[in-house]
Design a binder for this molecule. Structure first.
Ligand code: NOS
Length: 287
């Protein structure tokens, strides 16, 4: 927890330089693929792949359903860089390590970050398979001082005290909703508040009822550290959750949350999400 963040500006510049030296495009848009959503990258063309282990200073991911590579290429003609596999707090990484790739993307020239995740739906109107555009978050780990920006602040990345009330870009959300509408997806695209818990266990019924009272619509174990780090260094953020499972808030029921259900829902929605992304990315790029 108290380990000092060793990823200085100079160190991360080496990671970015390694990638830039091996590609001849300069993507302005990056995508982080959530659990079971790795196939978002499958529609890409002219790809160059970087397994995380080959990029200097990169951590390596351990969760099933996460491939662990950076993919550079085109999506619908738009240059993008895609993170297939992310780093979670529950894997044992400090939050600055979970968010480290975001700064590498920034140093590669990325301006807009699209963050995706799998999450449990708390809002009683949500159904499994819904897509929730994130309009705000509650940084639960932050309440206890677990935060990706803890430690000395390097102003070359951003300010000591970054604002976070505008984290989820309003204009990008408008575009997201327009795209959903044009693709006939409005009936399962919503907008709501995400929260991150540390995991790795799924929540108890009492915890989920607490979160619901607090105004949380979807709960997961990722995204928040990456978004905070992206906003700190001035990137614009668009994020959404795939509601992969329904929060079980009643006591004494037989059903349980499972990672299998999460991955399965991801697979069921993968074609829709690919279509959504393929249409969205060129619109966002023009922004
Ligand atoms: N995930 C969830 N995290 C918390 N609560 C949920 O209901 C939930 N559903 C999906 C676990 O399957 C993986 O998917 C997300 C978590 O971020 C975790 O990485």
């Amino acid at each position: 927890g108290n380990e000092i963040n060793p990823y200085t500006y100079e160190v991360l510049t080496e990671s970015a330089r390694f990638i830039l030296d091996r590609i001849d495009i300069r993507p302005k848009v990056a995508i982080i693929c959530g659990s079971g959503l790795g196939s978002l990258a499958h529609g890409m063309e002219n790809i160059v792949e970087f397994p995380y282990g080959e990029i200097p200073h990169f951590p390596v991911s351990t969760v099933a359903g996460h491939a662990g590579k950076l993919v550079v290429g085109h999506l619908a003609g738009t240059p993008i860089v895609c993170m297939q596999g992310r780093f979670h707090f529950y894997e044992g990484y400090p939050l600055w390590k979970c968010a480290m790739p975001v700064r590498v993307l920034k140093l590669m020239g990325v301006e807009i970050l699209i963050v995706t995740n799998a999450a449990g739906g708390l809002n009683s109107e949500y159904k499994v398979g819904d897509v929730m555009l994130i309009k705000d978050h509650i940084n639960f780990p932050g309440f206890s001082g677990l935060h990706p920006l803890v430690g000395p602040n390097d102003e070359r990345f951003g300010p000591r005290f970054p604002p976070m009330n505008t984290a989820y870009d309003k204009q990008l959300r408008i575009i997201g909703k327009q795209v959903a509408s044009e693709l006939g997806m409005s009936d399962f695209v919503r907008e709501g508040v995400y929260t991150m818990l540390g995991g790795p266990n799924f929540e108890t019924a009492a915890e989920l009822r607490l979160l619901r009272i607090l105004g949380v619509d979807a709960v997961g174990m990722s995204t928040v550290p990456e978004v905070i780090t992206a906003r700190h260094c001035g990137m614009r953020v668009f994020a959404f959750s795939l509601i992969t499972n329904e929060a079980i808030t009643e006591d004494d029921v037989e059903e349980e949350a499972s990672h299998e259900e999460v991955v399965e829902t991801g697979q069921k929605r993968q074609e829709d999400l690919k279509r959504f992304m393929t249409y969205l990315v060129p619109c966002i790029q023009r922004e």
